[in-house]
Design a protein around this ligand. Structure first.
Ligand code: TXA
Ligand code: MG
Length: 332
């Protein structure tokens, strides 16, 4: 037992061991190309419930099921033509498809949070694919952070948020993409982006040969219940579109032209590269937040390419925080 009374979380690079822990109902965080996920056997109601408890996640927020191939996904869900096109072109990759559950789909209903749909993705990370194979089952995996907090892109981030609450972390270095997958609903043949993410809109539109609707918050929360307004939040408040820095503030910069500032600073990309900025986003927020600044001033980031996902995460991190609602949260 750790000094604080929590059981230790094992840090390992042993995929076979991590797979065995998952098979017996345990919780294992693992690397994907986007962020670290908190994995559990998707077929095991108790393991899936334990994911909600470890994260303090509201039960109305459904989980993504991770499989190793489109063929495995097709056993779980209905694929209308648009979904088939996207899966063929973009899996493995940072794309999650929300599809109709097949009759007899064995994935725990808890993962769908009462919806008739299921979110599925094939991650583009060799360790994630090896772990799914070692476990021998599909894995539910939300981002491996406490609900509402900044997503983890390193094993250290996972341990800082969930250490002592989960069985193990499979080590795999820093996540390459850095923001979560793009979530696309394909429930009828109409594809709608529910969450901008690591696969940019232009790639989806190129595959489908048509423009996709703007991802929205508000009414869309009905479609993607996880799109709570406040999310990805550091402890420090965020001030967006900053062109100068106030005393006591830390600076989250972007690009070569940085305002004069004596205090703490992280530059998402000194050259203004949006892919690099996405990869650095959560680690930079983690580092600045650890300094307990009065606030984090965030320079404007263009809305192009992965900028859409970066700005989505920044807006949610800056959104007013809800009062804690203990009755809505699953405690351990
Ligand atoms: O990149 C990612 O997607 C990472 C890695 C670990 O794969 N996972 C991740 O999971 O970001 P999570 O739980 O943090 O976000 C899942 C999102 C939420 O916004 C949730 O509401 C949405 O997917 N979602 C899951 N199932 C859904 C469903 N049936 N209908 C609509 N939205 C769904
Ligand atoms: Mg998350």
């Amino acid at each position: 037992m750790a000094g604080d009374g929590l059981p230790e979380t094992l840090v390992t690079s042993d995929v076979a061991l991590a797979g065995a822990i998952l098979r017996r109902g345990g919780l294992v965080a693992f690397p994907t190309e986007t962020v670290y996920g908190l994995g559990a056997n998707a077929l095991d109601d108790r393991a899936v419930a334990a994911v909600f408890a470890a994260k303090g996640r509201p039960r109305f927020n459904p989980l993504i099921t991770h499989v190793a191939s489109e063929a495995a996904a097709r056993k779980l869900a209905e694929f209308p033509p648009a979904a088939a096109q996207l899966a063929k072109a973009l899996w493995p990759g940072p794309l999650t498809l929300v599809l109709k559950r097949k009759a007899g789909c064995p994935v725990s209903l808890l993962a769908s949070a009462g919806l008739a749909s299921i979110a599925i993705r094939v991650p583009a990370h060799p360790l994630a694919l090896a772990l799914i194979a070692a476990a021998g089952v599909a894995l539910v995996a939300p981002s491996a952070n406490r609900s509402g907090a900044i997503s983890p892109t390193t094993p250290e981030h996972v341990l800082a948020g969930l250490g002592g609450r989960i069985d193990a972390v499979l080590e795999g270095g820093a996540a390459r993409v850095g923001v979560e997958s793009t979530v696309v609903s394909c429930l009828d043949d109409e594809a709608v982006i529910l969450r901008p993410g690591g696969l940019e809109r232009a790639r989806l539109e190129a595959v489908l040969g048509r423009k996709l609707g703007q991802a929205q918050t508000g009414p869309r929360t009905l479609l993607s219940p996880g799109q709570l307004e406040s999310h990805y939040a550091p402890a420090a408040p965020l001030r967006l579109e900053a062109t100068s820095v106030a005393p006591g503030e830390a600076l989250l910069a972007f690009g070569p032209d940085v305002p004069a500032h004596a205090g703490a600073m992280e530059n998402l990309s000194a050259t203004g590269n949006l892919d690099e900025a996405a990869a650095n986003l959560f680690a930079a927020l983690h580092r600045l937040d650890a300094l307990h600044p009065a606030a984090i001033a965030v320079m404007p980031v263009p809305e192009a390419g992965l900028g859409e996902a970066i700005n989505d995460r920044l807006r949610r991190a800056a959104a007013p925080r809800p009062e804690p609602r203990p009755h809505a949260i699953d405690g351990p």
